[in-house]
Ligand binder design. Structure first.
Ligand SMILES: Cc1cc2nc3c(=O)[nH]c(=O)nc-3n(C[C@H](O)[C@H](O)[C@H](O)COP(=O)(O)O)c2cc1C
Length: 200
């Protein structure tokens, strides 16, 4: 990873209006724990549709529920809107196909798409968690473009080889892998080859 400022790890969480708000809710829970432990700084930015889908899928108000520092969609004065602030990584969870397209084409019209653009230009870690089915050729081409530009494309695809029994466990199979790629410590996953059973 290049150009990031030394010190506490700093991670951006972007949330869009794709289905999958429970993934965002879970990742925010883990990030809050790490912030409380003093090992992480987190900044959140939302797309204009994120609150609507959150209310439908999680209930409640996303701004009240997240409990993490948040910037507005047009707040380009946020620190992570500039590469010089040295933020280390960003995950967009869930990521709509509209936002995938805007990032793939460098639109940078909101804080969220600008922050993603910054991560790519600084050669830092950008993780996108797209959710759509089926995927059109255009979706696939935009995802391929992002992958070629260095982003990690990590679809919201739960795994079941860890004897997944509950919805919460299925969500953790996705969120745990996202946290791995953000280099944020967690204990959500039973690792392949690890004898340890995942807690219920
Ligand atoms: C309930 C609901 C679920 C949606 N699910 C998806 C989805 O899974 N994937 C997707 O790409 N768009 C989905 N959309 C459509 C996006 O919200 C819409 O394209 C929006 O313009 C995306 O804007 P954003 O990328 O700025 O959040 C959904 C919309 C609603 C209201």
């Amino acid at each position: 990873m290049t150009g990031a400022v030394a010190g506490k790890r700093k991670v951006v969480l972007g949330i869009t209006g794709a289905s999958g708000a429970p993934y965002a809710k879970r990742i925010a829970e883990v990030l809050r724990e790490r912030v409380a432990a003093g090992t992480l700084e987190v900044g959140v930015c939302l797309s204009n549709t994120a609150a609507e889908v959150w209310a439908l899928e999680c209930g409640g108000d996303i701004r009240e529920d997240l409990g993490l520092p948040m910037w507005g969609a047009r707040d380009f004065s946020a620190p992570f809107a500039s590469g010089s602030a040295g933020w280390h990584a960003m995950a967009i969870v869930p990521c709509s196909m509209g936002t995938i397209s805007r990032i793939a084409h460098g639109t940078s019209d909101t804080l969220l798409t600008r922050a993603a653009d910054v991560m790519m230009k600084e050669r830092r870690q950008l993780v996108v968690v797209p959710r759509e089915t089926p995927l059109s050729t255009l979706h696939l081409e935009n995802l391929l473009a992002l992958s070629r530009y260095g982003a990690v494309v990590m679809p919201a695809m739960p795994s079941f080889y860890g004897r997944t029994k509950t919805l919460a466990q299925a969500i953790d199979t996705v969120v745990g892998r996202v946290l791995d790629h953000l280099a944020v410590e967690h204990d959500l996953l039973a690792r392949w080859g690890d004898a340890k059973e995942k807690k219920a």
